[in-house]
Ligand binder design. Structure first.
Ligand SMILES: [Zn+2]
Length: 126
């Protein structure tokens, strides 16, 4: 599988390492990398194992989550690594517009705009 390596600074081949909690390890430098990378327009980056999209019951962020989806849609928030309960790595404000959604080799790239910022979401090994 191909994942962006934060040490090599490019997409490299990875292999799985470990039996109980396997991680993806770069074939070149041997560090582990995560298959989801969300980059905000100011450069802020969040990494994760999986991504979901939250549909809200109300209009505002902070209202109750109605459902988690696999695919992005306007009005949904991007959620990195949802855990049981209320924990997660990162949650965006609701998506205003999906600018582009492309797939090249093993990388899906979704560019979207929220009320205050724009993001690029990279999902490797899809
Ligand atoms: Zn590497």
């Amino acid at each position: 599988m191909k994942i962006y390596c934060r040490s090599c600074l490019k997409v490299t081949k990875h292999r799985q390492k470990g039996l109980r909690n396997p991680v993806n390890v770069c074939n070149k430098c041997d560090i582990s990398n995560m298959p989801v990378r969300l980059v905000k327009s100011n450069g802020e980056t969040h990494l994760g194992r999986e991504v979901k999209f939250v549909e809200w019951k109300g209009e505002e962020l902070g209202s109750l989550a109605k459902e988690l989806h696999e695919q992005p849609q306007a009005g949904f928030s991007c959620l990195i690594d949802p855990q049981y309960g209320y924990s997660y790595t990162w949650l965006t404000t609701p998506i205003k517009e999906i600018i582009s959604d492309t797939k090249h080799e093993d990388v899906r790239t979704i560019e979207f705009q929220t009320k205050n910022s724009s993001y690029i979401l990279y999902i490797y090994n899809t």
